[in-house]
Design a protein around this ligand. Structure first.
Ligand code: SF4
Length: 379
């Protein structure tokens, strides 16, 4: 890290400024005169909150909950089964590391790998394309997960040209659509949303305006340093208290109104939104990113007859039946409400998707000390 990086880091982690923001946040929540519940929709925000111990600085009456912000966690079981079936049928399946242990109906990609199947962990779609180039006689399928930010990279790789033996099995998801679903849950107490700064770098902040108007919930775009999170929460609670369903960009050093136009052009040239199931959430209208029909040649679903019977049945998993991931991602339960948390379910032996990924709520809570007091210990 060079001096400029260090200065930038200190600027956004300055303890005196953090204290001042925390005090202002406490005053704002006190002015509301009641508990306030807000949601962030991003594993990176949960990591920042846990890593810097920010909940200790939150006022007691501010409840900051993680929603469906982990792309691995919301990858649905049938999507994993498709990848498992392709690998079981002999294709070389490349995917990100967290996807390996994600449970399917009865097996994960890691299981298939352990049985000798051709499953490879890659760090990028580009690496998967390189593997396909190096093995022209094999079918190489990139099992693509992630939100719109990651989908841009997949789109760019396809537009850049891929070898004929390469295809994509898309499990890409579109976050704004899931926010709508969560906001409309009958018993939701969420009054405002922190939007993920990195995703908004691509989409721009204006994309949240229709959501805020339709649901009556304010949205604040937030970065990932401690001061970013505190400043954004202060703004969000103020909007909630003043009943102003507006969108405020608290991450202007990266996010613009219109977003990254060239990236968005690439995204929508390759993908379109379709209704899709999110694990543990529900069917999300316009929640999945599917390859457009003109890209059928690189779409694994159109190219292969995927027989999910090859995954080996649907053995009943008694532990998985007790997993609360879905309720956690809907903000109805906390990881510590799960009786398996830290016992039968641990990072090295995950039962549910939220413990698999480094962006999953259970995995993050486990990494940073178990069960923090969500109500904070602040003023
Ligand atoms: Fe599911 Fe494990 Fe989290 Fe419990 S601790 S909700 S079993 S992922």
């Amino acid at each position: 890290m060079d001096a400029a990086d260090q200065a930038r880091e200190l600027k956004f982690r300055d303890p005196a400024r953090a204290r001042a923001l925390a005090e202002a946040l406490a005053r704002e929540v006190a002015a509301a005169g009641r508990p306030v519940e807000v949601m962030h929709v991003c594993g990176t925000h949960e990591q920042a909150i846990a890593r810097f111990g920010l909940r200790a600085a939150f006022p007691r009456d501010l409840h900051v909950i993680m929603g469906p912000g982990c792309p691995v966690c919301v990858t649905d079981t049938p999507e994993v089964d498709e990848a498992v079936a392709l690998a079981a049928a002999g294709a070389r399946v490349c995917t990100y590391g967290d996807m390996l242990r994600l449970p399917g109906a009865s097996r994960s990609l890691g299981d298939v790998q352990g049985e000798g199947g051709k499953v490879e962990v890659v760090y990028s779609v580009t690496q998967a394309v390189e593997i396909a180039r190096a093995r022209p006689a094999e079918d190489v399928v990139f099992f693509a997960s992630g939100f719109e930010t990651t989908a841009v990279a997949t789109a760019a790789a396809i537009l850049g040209g891929v070898p004929p033996n390469f295809s994509v099995l898309s499990a890409h998801k579109y976050v704004p659509a899931a926010m709508e679903v969560v906001a409309r849950l009958e018993d939701t107490k969420i009054e405002g949303y922190l939007a993920a700064g990195h995703a908004a770098t691509i989409t721009g902040w204006e994309i949240f305006v229709p959501f805020a108007r339709a649901t009556g919930s304010p949205v604040v775009v937030a970065g990932f340093e401690p001061l970013d999170v505190l400043a954004a929460l202060l703004e969000l609670v103020r909007l909630v208290r003043e009943e102003r369903p507006e969108v405020v960009n608290c991450y202007p050093r990266c996010v613009t109104r219109e977003g990254n136009r060239p990236a968005l052009e690439k995204l929508w040239k390759v993908f379109r939104v379709v209704d899709g199931d999110w694990r543990g959430i529900a069917r999300v209208p316009s929640g999945n990113l599917e390859l457009r029909p003109e890209w059928a040649a690189v779409d694994a679903r159109r190219r292969f007859r995927i027989d999910t019977a090859l995954v080996g049945g649907t053995a009943k998993n008694e532990l998985a039946d007790r997993c609360l991931c879905g309720l956690i991602m809907q903000a109805r339960k906390d990881p510590s409400d799960c009786e398996l948390f830290g016992k039968e379910c641990r990072p090295e032996a995950p039962v549910g998707a939220c413990m698999v990924s480094s962006e999953g709520a259970c995995r993050i809570w486990h990494a940073y000390g178990g069960a923090p007091d969500l109500r904070g210990v602040g003023a």
